[in-house]
Design a protein around this ligand. Structure first.
Ligand SMILES: Nc1ncnc2c1ncn2[C@@H]1O[C@H](COP(=O)(O)OP(=O)(O)OP(=O)(O)O)[C@@H](O)[C@H]1O
Ligand SMILES: [Mg+2]
Length: 239
């Protein structure tokens, strides 16, 4: 049965889609991976897609096509995906919806990743109920902390068994702000079971350059501190 990861944060631009892609890309070298996106922005889909899809996650949610029939191979080795759709906007589903979407295919994959939007939609809530792991990237600034407690409490109201890993992202050196925010994060996680702070990921412009060329930093030959930390995070989460 596939191990399910939802990547979610209640603040935009923290690095959800980026981290998901790097984790999925590294896993895809040796494992069978399925990615799906419940974000109407379709950022993940744009990177993964090879051609114009016949069906999207919207058709699956509506029940007009089976999950299996919507799955496509992506441009990356080992990764299949279900294309995202702008038509998900405003759609309301039952909390059991994601489970019924994944039931059919969960035994065929090792890892399933769900890319969530920055707002709490019913599809996000239903993703929380099926997830074994929630990855929440956090930029190390005080504003980014305000929604973290809320996210943890929302996740735990749907699923007490899931592990929540807060990943400090775009970390710049040993700044005072970084140290301050880290202390706050450590205090927050102490208040909850199943919540921890994961490997810190440094800020690196290289990641955007790689993405714009359709390449995954984590599988690149070049030496880069962010690449090493992404691998460390992968090993921490999936080994
Ligand atoms: N460690 C990093 N160093 C530098 N830039 C990064 C890092 N991680 C992500 N970024 C950049 O930050 C921007 C936002 O990343 P991303 O789109 O993954 O965030 P997101 O949380 O998925 O956003 P949204 O809420 O809009 O879905 C992108 O330009 C990405 O390249
Ligand atoms: Mg995103």
């Amino acid at each position: 049965m596939a191990f399910i990861t939802a990547v979610s944060s209640e603040k935009g631009g923290q690095g959800k889609s980026t981290i998901l892609l790097q984790m999925a890309g590294y896993a895809g070298k040796t494992k069978k991976v399925l990615c799906l996106e419940v974000d109407i922005q379709k950022n993940l889909t744009l990177v993964l897609e090879d051609s114009e899809p016949k069906h999207t996650i919207y058709d699956v949610v509506k029940g007009s096509v089976s999950t299996k029939d919507a799955i496509l191979p992506s441009v990356f080795k080992g990764i299949d995906y279900i294309p995202g759709s702008r038509k998900l906007k405003g759609i309301n589903v039952d909390t059991t919806k994601m489970q019924s979407i994944l039931n059919e295919v969960q035994s065929e994959y090792d890892l399933i990743f769900i890319d969530c939007p920055a707002n709490l939609t019913s599809l996000v809530e239903s993703s929380y109920t099926v997830a074994d792991l929630i990855i929440t990237p956090i930029e190390m600034e005080l504003f980014a902390l305000s929604n973290v407690t809320e996210l943890i409490e929302t996740v735990q109201s749907y699923n007490k068994r899931a592990e929540v890993v807060l990943v400090p992202n775009k970390v710049i050196g040993r700044s005072k702000l970084n140290k301050n925010v880290r202390e706050h994060l450590d205090e927050i996680v102490e208040q909850y079971d199943n919540v921890k702070v994961g490997t810190e990921l440094p800020n690196s412009i290289v990641i955007s350059n790689f993405m714009s060329e359709g390449k995954l930093l984590i599988n690149a030959m070049r030496l880069n501190p962010l690449k090493d930390k992404l691998k460390e995070l992968y090993k921490e989460l999936y080994k």
